[in-house]
Design a protein around this ligand. Sequence first.
Ligand code: C5P
Length: 301
Amino acid sequence: MAPWVPVFVPAYAKINLTLGVLQRRADGYHDLASILQTISLHDTLRLAPSPAGALTCETDAPELQGANNLALRAAELLRGEAAEPRPGVAIELRKETPAQGGLGGGSSDAASVLVALNALWGLSLAAPRLEELGARLGSDVPFFVRGGTARIVGRGEGVVPLPDAEPLWLVLAKPLIGVSTAAVFRALAPAEYGSDDDTRALVAALDAGLPVPFERLSNSLEAPVLRTYPAVAAARDALLRAGAPLVRMSGSGPTLYAPFRRLADAAEVLGRAQGAGLWLRLCRTVSRMEVADSHPHTAGG
Ligand code: C5P
């Protein structure tokens, strides 16, 4: 195995273009019909060889010390897959994606570590194998192995890449609270389960190379979260008052997104939403090719 030099790797966040909760499964998880999209908001990982052989992760987010750190758990899981001992890695993780935000930050960190160390350690595992390993770390991890626009099936372990959605600008808004995904799913009544209608309509549009049908963006978890967390409802009102034509929630929230085709429109809404006490970002969608280009490809630097 060739030696390698330290690298930076971005870990892009995601939004859910659709999220239909179909049914509760025997294992306690829920079957989903969902289309995920990587976005330009990202954490940054620095991976460096560590002569001592240890796997370590330092981060600027105090809550991610220890067992909560999916990046470190991903490195440990992958090293367990190697037939021969692999050298240590010192990971540094700069967080930009808010934790418990519904944007998949921790899952993306884990996937980026799997993909990068697969290349840097010369393991040559194919994407489907990395997705299998990722599913052991969290439901959203398999999607982030390839990213772009993709449909997920089951609890997230099945990933079906789709043609990239048209490039969109996004205004993200999050109240200053975190939401537990497990708690949101636990509180969901069967009457609130959705269907896969919007997901299928979006897949048909993407397959046909059509613009994203904004009226089909939907999320089964949005109404219950808006009802349970007044801060999320207030954030939604703030975005609508700022002129966003459409506001949707990502994942189990509490982050909301408003999609735009014109930068000027997104920037205007961003400007008008300032001062409402929200975490706000203007970002954009990121294609599967861009995700692939951001990964280290071979050992040897
Ligand atoms: O897999 P992950 O750890 O990200 O999921 C967090 C929690 O969200 C799970 O413990 C489960 O309660 C819930 N969940 C679910 N159905 C899914 C994904 C997550 O019920 N498809």
